[in-house]
Design a protein around this ligand. Structure first.
Ligand code: GAL
Length: 391
């Protein structure tokens, strides 16, 4: 499939979104602080460029003409906030919904797509996250998302269109055709390894299972990306929690689980939207989020989504073809004890004509050579990820 004419999102978009950190309590000063922190932490220079205000930025009433207006928590308005973000070398994003209301009950854009798209363009919006809440007035998802896609295409500004339909109607089959640059393939990711099935949201392992099960990888590539939802890195572990304590589905993510989360989102070539409060980012999280070897895998120009080569109860091997003929290979330990996981270049998505391959451990940077066998020792819930390059 050809990328959309604007050439936007040639690689998966990277940035920060307010929802996982601030939910409905978000304010203008939180957004300014996040923009400042993206610069100060080096995240902007690592490639994270979008600052997206999620739900709850709008006042509870539209104005007399049906326009969205910012709430009192955004006292200087959205154009001034966009300027603030742009002045820091970043891009600005906003949120609305393809229904009568947002998920938190604020006014949304169904039936007012053109008017709202014009507002977004006037304000200097570069990215729209478009949710699926509110009354749909009997219109199906493709029709509702196409209406905003057309409206965005009709304004004089490049706006990345992030479809947040939760994967309910296979948006990978129609997302590009309605002008989308990324589309959620799953329900919301919460900061857990496995979510309680009776509660809202999915854990990291639940999302990985879903991404392995759906047949969406072929639709994924430059200009149009499957989105396994925003990052929960930085939203665990709680202080005092040991990485090796027995597993409880209700507790937040350990460091090993966060490594798995980030390694797999990069292997999937997922959009990476950071979702933690950047003003209290830990050194561990900063290092994880700015790992250049991982980001190069995420941003590889071929734009291929990694897929599983082998999935067992306790062991998974996934790989992703890279533009240089090499591959990223992930060794994921789902079990409760440390184990060695092994595979061979002939079993992963790498060009198989070479006699020798260089292997680089993406966590440590250590390099070695192999004629074919690949083996990594992996802690429970952790993931080793290597880059394999034919010599
Ligand atoms: C959900 C969406 C979340 C967040 C939330 C805001 O539908 O999946 O990512 O945007 O709404 O209310």
């Amino acid at each position: 499939m050809d990328p959309p004419p604007t050439g936007l999102a040639a690689t998966p978009p990277l940035g920060w979104n307010s929802w996982n950190a601030f939910s409905c309590e978000v304010t203008e000063s939180d957004i300014r602080a996040a923009a400042d922190a993206l610069v100060e932490t080096g995240l902007r220079d690592a490639g994270y460029e979008y600052v997206v205000v999620d739900d709850c930025w709008m006042a509870s009433e539209l104005d007399g003409d049906g326009r969205l207006q910012p709430s009192a928590d955004f006292p200087n308005g959205m154009a001034a906030l966009a300027d603030y973000v742009h002045d820091r070398g970043l891009r600005f994003g906003l949120y609305s919904s393809a229904g009568t209301e947002t998920c938190q009950g604020y006014p949304a854009s169904l039936g007012r797509e053109r008017l709202h798209a014009e507002q977004f363009a006037e304000w200097g919006v570069d990215y729209l996250k478009y949710d699926n809440c509110g009354d749909h007035r009997g219109r199906d998802a493709i029709d509702r998302y196409a209406a905003m896609g057309e409206a965005l295409a009709g304004v004089d500004r490049d706006i990345v269109y992030s479809i947040c339909e939760w994967g309910k109607n296979q948006p990978w089959e129609w997302g590009r055709n309605v002008g989308g640059h990324l589309w959620r393939a799953t329900d919301d990711l919460v900061a857990k390894w496995r979510a309680d099935p009776d509660e809202f949201g999915l854990g990291v392992a639940d999302v990985l299972d879903r991404m392995a099960d759906i047949d969406a990888a072929a639709a994924h590539g430059p200009g149009g990306w499957n989105d396994p939802d925003m990052l929960q890195i930085g939203n665990g572990p709680q202080s005092g929690q040991s990485e090796h304590e027995p597993v409880d589905v209700q507790r937040p993510l350990t460091e090993a689980e966060q490594r798995t989360h980030f390694a797999f989102w990069c292997l999937l070539a997922a959009p990476l939207m950071i979702g933690t409060d950047l003003t209290s980012l830990s050194a561990f999280d900063r290092e994880l989020l700015t790992n250049e070897r991982l980001l190069a895998i995420d941003q590889d120009p071929l734009g291929i989504q990694g897929t599983p080569d082998r999935r067992g109860a306790d062991e998974e091997i996934w790989s992703k073809r890279l533009h240089d003929g090499g591959a990223a290979v992930a060794f994921h330990n789902r079990g409760a004890s440390e184990r060695e996981l092994s595979t061979h270049v002939s079993a992963v998505d790498v060009r198989n004509s070479a006699d020798r391959y260089r292997v680089c451990d993406c966590w440590t940077g250590n390099e070695w050579e192999t004629s074919g066998p690949l083996a990594m020792t992996v802690k429970p819930r952790d993931t080793a990820i290597v880059r394999v390059t034919p010599q």
